[in-house]
Design a binder for this molecule. Sequence first.
Ligand code: DGJ
Length: 750
Amino acid sequence: MSITFSPEASCFHLQSSDTSYVVRLVKGHYLATAYWGRRLDSWSDPSSPPLVGRAFSPSSEPGDPGFSLDVLPQEFPAFGNGDFRSPAIQVQQEDGSTITDLRYRTHRIVAGKPTLEGLPSVYVEKDAEAQTLEITLVDELIGLEAVLSYVAFSDFDALTRSVRLRNTGSQRLRILRVLSASCDFSGADMEMLHLSGSWGRERHIFRRRLAPGTASVESRRGASSHQHNPFLALVSLGTDEDSGDVWAMNLVYSGNFLAQAEVDQFGSTRMGIGINPFEFAWTLAPGDSFQSPEAVLVHSHAGLGGMSRKFHSLYRSRLCRGSFRDLPRPILLNNWEATYFDFDEKKILSLADGAAALGMELLVLDDGWFGQRDDDGSSLGDWTVNCRKLPGGLEALARSIGKKGLRFGLWFEPEMVSVRSRLYREHPDWCLHVPGRHRSEGRRQLVLDLGRAEVRDYVVNAVSSILRSVPISYVKWDMNRHHTEAGSAALPPERQKETSHRYILGLYDVLERITRSFPHVLFEGCSGGGGRFDPGILAYMPQIWTSDNTDAVARLSIQYGTSLLYPPVTMGAHVSAVPNHQSKRVTPLAFRGEVAMAGNLGYELDPGKLLQEEKAEIARQVCVYKDIRPLVQFGDFYRLQSPFEGDSAAWMFVAPDRSRAWVSFFRIRFEANSSFPLLKLKGLEPGGRYALAETTRDPRSHGASVNPLFSGEELMEAGLRITGIDSDFQSRSWLLTKTAQQPVRALAHS
Ligand code: DGJ
């Protein structure tokens, strides 16, 4: 890793292990994107476009009629002085003007990576792990300073970007738009790829060819959302899992965002990501600063798989925090789909007995344990135990569960308030609202205004006092509606458009305080499933409930799409009962287990209702999972077949030293008389000899001494033939173990 400035070439060259990013200083004060791609040893500027005059592109520089910002590939563009494309920044002044003219003033290159004030970010543990370039731009007329930060890492092939604005003048400035990263490409022969969907259908992969005009994904919901993820990738035409160029941006932010790509009149493309300017404005008084969220930038010349593994390794060890970052995640039983709100202590203890007997490690008590909550219409905000359901309180329950050899986990939804609650009666103005307007309810609840310090203190104290008094190892932190009437009683009229961002800053403050006070607790984020599956949440909660949809077929697409950015160790994945509660689909238990074992395995059913053979199958799954858990949670992930492209899916996990791997194949819809699929494996050591032990259908072969043996090269080049599938919803999986033995020419699948 290195960041250098060459005064002769007037350029900054950021190099990480496999990527170069070059920023040019034009005319001594404009910042231009020169290159972002495969690592280069040096930069002599062979490719910058000539700055010649163009019709209807006005001159931006006195005395130079041919120079227009409209054709300059810019790093942090403004609007109103020549560039007609989407700006990265727009600031309103007291005279009403929104023209901003930021010019290079100075820069510095420092070891390490400073933290972002009030916002989560990728971090380093030692200064030697990264270098930071800070370029200071100034608009002298209005007294605005923008410090653009670029970070290159030594051990991760990624860059981060963010912007800090400071009002150095004497007038009040109003930020109307500030993206975290913007970058111009000289071509447009690319596709854009994004993760979109809805509740129960999160993060499906969408791809479309770029065309003149602007294409974007965004959230206006107050949360990053089920509907779109704060991510955008541009890919060269024909890019697949293993080949092609990918340029990706992912925003470390959990609120309203915008990610967009604009193709201009000359076939250049501008890519940007940041807080959504829609319904956003921020007043910057003299002396005040504003910190943008961080964008993570990844380039891969080895296709989407290469991109994903770069995000995965960075996020696993330098975004996620806490004692569970590097620890195996417990296999849990969650009571939600087993009981919904209808439970008492006896019922929960019987679930715990079932979980313990099957080898599980944690019992999670979901919604309904507090206040008067027998359905979703009351008590959010009243975080005191419901003694009718749990007469001994949470302490007695947790102790009894502990005696069964299980850890205890608890559900909270701290950001919300029910209208039917003591908290709402006492503080009706603590929710987001606009005076005189109807307060739209979502799931019969309102959103607490986390921009207010007293509300944050209430939430921190309510959650902390329970975590202090009960032996709790895991918290599921839920959030079940989006924001409406997003106004704050604590803000003056001119600051109302700050409400949504202040909410997110408040949320991060609450999460920071709670997670720092309880580092031994494993926090799992949730928002009606995966409605806030983003890097901002991952910085506090190293795993997230991937979706409320537990149907195994739906989960193949959801988990496959999620894996584009987020490592499997961050995905909560549960086996539930059939018919599935969301889709009514009936799939075999083995298939459900296999899908869930590709994330953090859990169960969401009543073991007491299982047949003996089902119990045996679950006990087997738990046993296999404990063996493969290090691979799934900390290995390298390779996607082999996409459920978006056919009736099957496949993926595999490979140990960092390539000594073991776990591969799974799933057939969704079976066709009579169809061919036998061929699965080309990835990531193995070509010369290594791997013994294959089936882990799905024949538990007796798991760990057996004589297993078929193939070279890594054979498995990757010729592939593994999949047989034995003869109906819908079947799967097969194998554990591969590198061995010193010579190959045995037996068929793995016979
Ligand atoms: C939504 C979550 O995603 C579910 O898993 C469950 O916790 C419910 N909320 C409880 O209300």
